[in-house]
Design a binder for this molecule. Structure first.
Ligand code: TRP
Length: 355
């Protein structure tokens, strides 16, 4: 908790937020594991970050407002397990519902579909917390469609969307995002995400992972959304990943669906840049022209990096875990994901890829 809490407080400083509420929430997420020594092995092999830290930070640049700070987290039960962590997550949300005005209306409509008994997946439910200057934190949940196996995921997601009145969007998304015969194989349903508020902008997001895919696959997926430029998405993949084929960690993308529209209104692409660079200096070097392209101030990124670590960027890889591009409403922009490296710094690797 000391290390993560320090990182979080300093990150709050970067985006101009009072750290008190974020740090209290972090402490709730970690539960009794917060006091555990970092030299002991992780209490649970969380997939949130490569070194099993159950927390990942991100800095979300927005076109029309100042950058936001986010945390992706797996709430850990005292005796962690997939179903146990899910129960701990629901308890955590319940505890904070009044104070933060959370609406679990849509969550309650679908949660039985992602139930954690008979789990075969490696997680059931993650959450994210978004901190914006001058506003209450926002909460989002991420269900694992593969929690009872990859085979069942397509029907679970279909039923969840149907219950939410969004069934029409599903065929269109799958049509564009899935290569023939690859659903549940190289194209996977990764997260089913819900905003825990009820405003007009409350979203459902469907995330897919594309193994062994190329920029052209992302472009095809992006073409499902009106107003999104597929070529822009492909260029983002090429310029961040410098790969014709992403044969390490997969490209991930997501569709944003808002109630009442019935089709995806936004598209985001997440490039796991850490697998396509030799070290974090190289990742940083690639991010600068991208930030510049979209008119974002790199000083925020540099201050965020300094808030998380003081190691030289070329001493490791994976601090800069993903970089994403968000297109369409409600908030277009770019996000940089920062690992806390609480347990481990991954050593740099020699790579023959051009800088
Ligand atoms: N660590 C996991 C992965 O890399 C999950 C994850 C964390 C993730 N942050 C993410 C996936 C951002 C996509 C985008 O897949």
């Amino acid at each position: 908790m000391d290390r993560l809490g320090g990182q979080l407080s300093r990150l709050c400083g970067v985006v101009g937020i009072d750290p008190a509420a974020p740090v209290a929430l972090l402490s709730g997420v970690l539960g009794e594991h917060g006091s555990r020594s970092l030299s002991a092995p992780p209490a649970w092999p969380s997939g949130v970050a490569d070194d099993h830290t159950p927390i990942e930070f991100s800095l979300a640049y927005n076109e029309t407002e100042p950058p936001a700070l986010r945390i992706l987290a797996e709430v850990l039960a005292p005796a962690p397990g997939v179903a146990e962590n899910m129960a701990a997550t629901y308890a955590f949300l319940h505890r904070h519902a009044d104070r933060y005005g959370l609406s679990t209306r849509r969550l309650d409509m679908v949660r039985d579909l992602f139930a954690g008994d008979r789990t075969t997946g490696d997680f059931g439910l993650w959450i994210s917390l978004v901190f914006r200057a001058g506003r209450r934190p926002e909460f989002k949940v991420y269900f694992n469609p593969e929690v009872t196996g990859a085979e069942r995921a397509p029907e679970i997601v279909a039923e969840a969307l149907r219950r939410l009145g969004l069934g029409d969007a599903y065929a269109r998304m799958l049509d564009h995002a899935v290569r023939p015969g690859e659903l549940g194989r190289r194209d996977r349903l990764t997260f089913f995400a819900l905003d825990l508020h009820d405003g007009p902008q409350a979203r459902v997001k469907l995330y897919l992972s594309h193994h062994d895919a190329g920029p052209e696959d992302a472009a095809r997926a992006a073409a499902a959304v009106d107003g999104v430029d597929p070529a822009e998405v492909a260029a983002f993949c090429v310029d961040s990943g410098r790969a014709a084929r992403f044969d390490g960690r997969p490209l991930v993308d997501s569709y944003t669906i808002t109630e009442g529209v019935g089709r995806p209104v936004g598209y985001s692409i997440y490039v796991p840049i850490r697998d396509y660079v030799g070290d974090d200096r190289q990742a940083h070097h690639r991010m600068l022209p991208l930030l510049d392209r979209y008119g974002f101030d790199p000083a925020f990124l540099d201050r965020a990096i300094a808030a998380v670590t003081d190691r030289p960027l070329d001493d490791g890889v994976g601090l800069l875990a993903h970089v994403s591009l968000r297109l369409g409403p409600p908030r277009p922009g770019m996000t940089v994901y920062l690992s806390s490296e609480a347990y481990q710094v991954m050593p740099p690797r020699p790579l023959s890829i051009a800088v």
